[in-house]
Ligand binder design. Sequence first.
Ligand SMILES: Nc1nc2c(c(=O)[nH]1)N[C@H]1C(S)=C(S)[C@@H](COP(=O)(O)OP(=O)(O)OC[C@H]3O[C@@H](n4cnc5c(=O)[nH]c(N)nc54)[C@H](O)[C@@H]3O)O[C@H]1N2
Ligand SMILES: Nc1nc2c(c(=O)[nH]1)N[C@H]1C(S)=C(S)[C@@H](COP(=O)(O)OP(=O)(O)OC[C@H]3O[C@@H](n4cnc5c(=O)[nH]c(N)nc54)[C@H](O)[C@@H]3O)O[C@H]1N2
Ligand code: SF4
Ligand SMILES: [Mo]
Length: 902
Amino acid sequence: MNDPFPFPVKSTCAYCGVGCGIIASKDEEQNIQIEGDPVHPANLGRLCSKGAALADTLDLEGRLLRPEINHQPVDWDSALDKVALGFKEVIETHGPDAVAFYVSGQLLTEDYYVANKLMKGFIGAANIDTNSRLCMSSSVAGHKRAFGSDTIPGCYEDLELADLVVLTGSNAAWCHPVLYQRLVAAKEARPHMTIVVIDPRRTASSDIADIHFAIKPGTDAVLFNGLLTYLNHRDKINRTFAEEFCEGLDKALAAAERSAPTAGAVAKACGLSLTAITEFYEHFEACEKSVTLYSQGINQSSSGTDKVNAILNCHLATGRIGRPGMGPFSLTGQPNAMGGREVGGLANLLAAHLEIDNPDHRDLVARFWHAPQLADKPGLAAVELFEAVETGKVKAIWIMGTNPAVSLPDNSRVRQALEKCDLVVVSDCERNTDTAAFADVLLPALAWGEKDGTVTNSERRISRQRAFLPAPGDAKPDWWIISEIARRLGHDAAFNYATSADIFREHAALSGFENNGSRDFDISGLAELKQIAYDGMLPLQWPVTKNRPQGTTRLFADGRFFRPGGKAALVPVNPQAPVHAPDAKFLLILNTGRVRDHWHTMTRTGKSGRLSAHRIEPFAEIHPTDAERFEINDGNLARLETNWGEMIARVHITTDQQSGSIFVPMHWNKQFASHGLVDALVNPVTDPISQQPELKHTPVRITPFKASWHAFVLTRKRLDINAEAAIATYWAAARGKGFWRYELAGEHDVASKTELMHSLFSAHTFDANWLEFEDTARGSYRGAQLVNDRLEICMFVGSSPELPARDWLQALFSEPTISELNRASLLAGVPPLGQKDAGATVCACFGVGMNTLIDAITNDGLTSADEIGAALSAGTNCGSCLPELKNLLPNAAAREKPRNAA
Ligand SMILES: Nc1nc2c(c(=O)[nH]1)N[C@H]1C(S)=C(S)[C@@H](COP(=O)(O)OP(=O)(O)OC[C@H]3O[C@@H](n4cnc5c(=O)[nH]c(N)nc54)[C@H](O)[C@@H]3O)O[C@H]1N2
Ligand SMILES: Nc1nc2c(c(=O)[nH]1)N[C@H]1C(S)=C(S)[C@@H](COP(=O)(O)OP(=O)(O)OC[C@H]3O[C@@H](n4cnc5c(=O)[nH]c(N)nc54)[C@H](O)[C@@H]3O)O[C@H]1N2
Ligand code: SF4
Ligand SMILES: [Mo]
């Protein structure tokens, strides 16, 4: 049979903003293999654990394959008519501001462009906002205040060329792993390079740091204002650059002086040691080649824009911008966060980096689009958009490529809003997401590997995503779905696209329209790409113009900025405390973020057994002194409560956490845990300039969850857990290789564990195939079902969370039959003599567990990550686990750790 795809197919990874190139090919069994593209400039062949496991996530289980109305399958025409009619009725009765789109940095540029065009140009309101509001909007606002444009000045190579790299509010080792690996390699090659990591927690990224600042949460603006003051006192301001090419130096210096007059004052405000701060400032003074990388620890704050400008000020004041090895660098999160900014996906922007508030820009876009009623004022930003849905101001919402019922703060209120809304339309690839549950209409979108278009990474590099899988079921490209709705709303001519290349050309042409160098975003050099050239397009960094057909590596070294008059601005920054401070009721600070192997709301990574093994449950990391104070035990469950909501999570006690704050990952949701939604607890306060929510800082309290029983279940088939285990107060599910794993706990006392398990899982037949054993003295129950000698399900219940080790039991699911020896051990809950439990997975690529690693290190005397790699392969593929591997080495404690400068 002829394959419709010309394998090997080059594309771009589905996940983070590093934007790694991949190659999809087929092996002899026709299975898809994914490898790093050795010539893609972002990764030169490298992939992280998530990229390396992409092939695990391609099956169609759980996919949304048909349009649905009220969760019943319908044909496309019925679904599209229903959406178009619904929107039309609301617009006619209540005006265009009563409808909204909420879109995503996971859409392709072409999809995003069309969604924005429909809402802002043709519906005539600007109520289109995106999950980038939760992610990048403080950077966008900070860039625009400083540069007059939302420009990333530098490129990835700058990290490798720098003598000082500062990472603040970024856990790149887990969130931008390939870029982090490039940094690690650069430091190995140039050991004099200094790396400073600023994060309230010690993270995997601190592994290569010379100094780790466990900063007091929320105080980065003081630290960077202090740096500006210091540079000024040391007469290290680059007057030529800062005065000739910038405005506002004096005011910025005065504001810095007021809030951070001395390094001592900074040390006090940020909870850090004076020596470490001085050392950092001295390094910055000495190293002209310095790069400051930042991400959500800066952006997701009620004063995130000011924090961004405090960083940009230091680079502008020293003229360290846009030259090799220097510059501020905002790391973008999603694969197409940057593309979304280019097409103006945020409610306060127009397409092609044009401004909705600027009448000339509006006129330009209206003429280019032949738009009948271009929006003339900004629309609602994400948090307020959902508030408007709740109050009924917005009556119809179309959500594309994002899962707001999980990822927006105060999400009980978001759920209420969706519940109340007259018309909720959701375009997604997955059928069962927390948000899809609220949909009146579900529209099936093509997923990664099936869709075709472009994305832009953190260094402005536009790369192609190409399809290498056929469209499954009725799924369609997002741009097609949006264009069909536009046509039904009467806008045929403007949305008459046949391919994504048509849209790309229009987008490129708009970027160059009446531009003449007045706007940073210009890809007019690509406006006439023929289909074949679009199909073969190589990764390129914008601007790409007729004069610069190969793209542009860096901007701003020439001192030309995009503010009126052409100068940059230093912005005076008056550091603000987070809006909600801990109080007598909520004594701790809730910090939230990511884990290495999960992506956001787990709709993709949750399909991979490999990726689900690294962290299997919602967890809360807490410092030992806080744990003692609040009587929390390691490995037990705890309840976390804030003014907005509550959750239950597994406790990890660790000195990596600073006392006074708790870290909880953002990923778990109703599909994977009963009480794992951290955004139910997170406050919805936003930055007044960027409207970005303060996702890293909510006062919280923690109390022990008093479980009277704990259980776990390993089963080949996914359980209908809410129906089957309804009396479990807590459950969490994780996919494994050939099985599902459930952790459960209940608050109510039970007389007999056997009875408990039988009532919990009443859907199962506890017949002769069941082996079971209750040990009343120990308060434990163990049960297993073998079908044709193959393990089907096993469950263990006890009074404490220390149940039998899971990992060797999990391995039994790969065995075609269970041996006599293993059968006996199964109920004992301990591996037979000679077999060992591998322990929790550390290396996802080779599935190497903690116990295996510790055994090899102890018994074979391994002393380095290289030796571990040679012995067990762990860490030799993607390298994402190297920081964790190194921490297991015997000399880890003695090894020069970054000085914790608290
Ligand atoms: N594995 C994985 N990778 C991802 C993603 C994913 O879901 N999983 N998502 C992608 C997306 S969309 C994004 S936006 C990026 C996010 O990438 P990052 O921003 O690196 O990730 P986060 O874990 O959200 O937060 C980073 C760090 O900010 C710290 N922080 C909290 N408060 C403060 C503070 O006051 N000051 C400072 N200096 N630091 C603070 C947190 O402790 C945390 O370690 O990751 C991208 N990459
Ligand atoms: N507490 C807390 N909350 C946070 C954060 C935090 O650090 N802390 N981080 C915030 C940040 S930075 C981000 S970016 C957000 C992310 O939050 P979300 O955007 O809500 O998370 P995802 O799981 O990425 O949701 C993407 C959805 O789109 C679907 N999808 C994927 N590809 C496509 C496609 O091509 N078309 C369509 N139509 N659908 C598709 C997926 O199946 C999934 O349901 O979370 C934010 N929320
Ligand atoms: S770093 Fe990992 S997740 Fe990010 S693009 Fe590269 S392979 Fe994908
Ligand atoms: Mo993000």
